[in-house]
Design a binder for this molecule. Structure first.
Ligand code: FES
Length: 165
């Protein structure tokens, strides 16, 4: 089959997407045991690891796809579903818990119309919970991407979200 006719790793028809995965695989072609860096770079390029991408990598590296799934599901750094442009991490650690972290999470779930662990349909936000993020003095706390927001109330979280639209 001509390369241009092959299904792209991300399921799209963009030549670019196809080229990116080929470039990653080419970079590691001679390196033994390079599966994890290949997966990391593929996820960086596409935002997540699609079924098509994993099958493409399996064929190219001649590794059983079941083995690749074993690696991807073992490490929490890998994601099998699309992730939002903005990643919200709401702390549920002890200090935040006693200062109303559950209410913060509920306010975010209501505002985004998703549950923790999900991504909005427009792919703008992914909502996750985490244990202590080391800013207990600011509890309750959430992170949006690399930004830390503390002393939250259910009222102000919706205003914070507007900055990331
Ligand atoms: S418990 Fe939330 S930042 Fe430490």
């Amino acid at each position: 089959m001509d390369k241009s006719e092959q299904k792209h790793c991300c399921g799209c028809k963009g030549e670019n997407s196809f080229t990116q995965l080929d470039q990653i695989l080419e970079k590691y072609r001679e390196i033994h045991g390079a599966l994890i860096p290949v997966l990391q770079e593929t996820q960086n390029a596409y935002g997540y690891l699609s079924k098509e991408a994993l099958e493409y990598i399996a064929n190219n590296m001649q590794i059983p796809v079941s083995q690749i799934y074993g690696v991807v599901t073992f490490y929490s750094q890998f994601h099998l579903n699309p992730r939002g442009k903005n990643i919200i991490r709401v702390c549920q650690g002890t200090a935040c818990h006693v200062r109303g972290a559950k209410l913060i999470l509920k306010a975010l779930e209501d505002a985004l119309n998703i549950q923790a662990g999900q991504t909005t349909d427009d792919l703008k936000f992914t909502l996750e919970t985490v244990a202590c993020i080391g800013a207990c003095g600011l509890a309750p706390v959430m992170m949006v991407n690399d930004d830390t927001h503390g002393r939250l109330t259910p009222q102000i979280v919706t205003d914070i979200l507007k900055k990331y639209q």
